[in-house]
Design a protein around this ligand. Structure first.
Ligand code: CMX
Length: 138
């Protein structure tokens, strides 16, 4: 299988992006790039950039959000790692044929007009894995 291109971002589940800004901006010196509601995933995402690393803070929109359930069960913290790919549909097909457990068999719309799909944490040693195909203008 072709290697993924890079780590696209690291997702961190939080109760409030606003409350965490002082840590990511003040302590780590990351640049806050703004936030966006991703209705499909029932989250608000806030992006923080540190050189070529991007951190994605995930704040649940409501109790139904998988992120709200995650925080209730495990507490705030590391939620997923996203990898950049340029061929998400073909790659999902390949992974499905290789019997990797997928959460999304087809890509969904993510922040910044990306196409995203999740692999089940049970298929990747307990780490929730996201494939992310950036839009051409981002
Ligand atoms: N990382 C690692 N393990 C996780 C996890 C995570 N983020 N979320 C859940 N799990 C584990 C649970 O601990 C549980 O393990 P055990 O059976 O050993 O206890 C197992 O997965 C099942 O979890 P659950 O609490 O019963 O939750 P669900 O089955 O309802 O959902 C999951 C789990 C991963 C399928 C669901 O969270 C999902 O579909 N995630 C993908 C979408 C998502 O996370 N969206 C938010 C981010 C959106 C964005 O970045 O834009």
């Amino acid at each position: 299988m072709k290697p993924v291109k890079a780590i696209n971002h690291i997702g961190i589940a939080v109760n409030s992006i606003e409350e965490q800004r002082s840590f990511y901006e003040g302590v780590l010196g990351a640049e806050y790039e703004g936030s966006e509601v991703v209705e499909d995933q029932k989250v608000t995402v806030g992006f923080f950039k540190l050189q070529d690393v991007r951190l994605e803070l995930l704040e649940p929109l409501n109790e139904e959000s998988t992120v709200a359930k995650f925080i209730e069960k495990k507490g705030q913290g590391l939620h997923h790692i996203a990898y950049t790919v340029d061929d998400i549909e073909a790659r999902l097909e390949e992974l499905k044929n290789a019997e990797v457990r997928l959460i999304d068999e087809k890509p969904r719309g993510g922040a910044h007009n990306t196409q995203i799909a999740f692999l089940h944490p049970k298929s990747s040693l307990g780490v929730l894995t996201e494939l992310c195909q950036p839009s051409e203008d981002h």
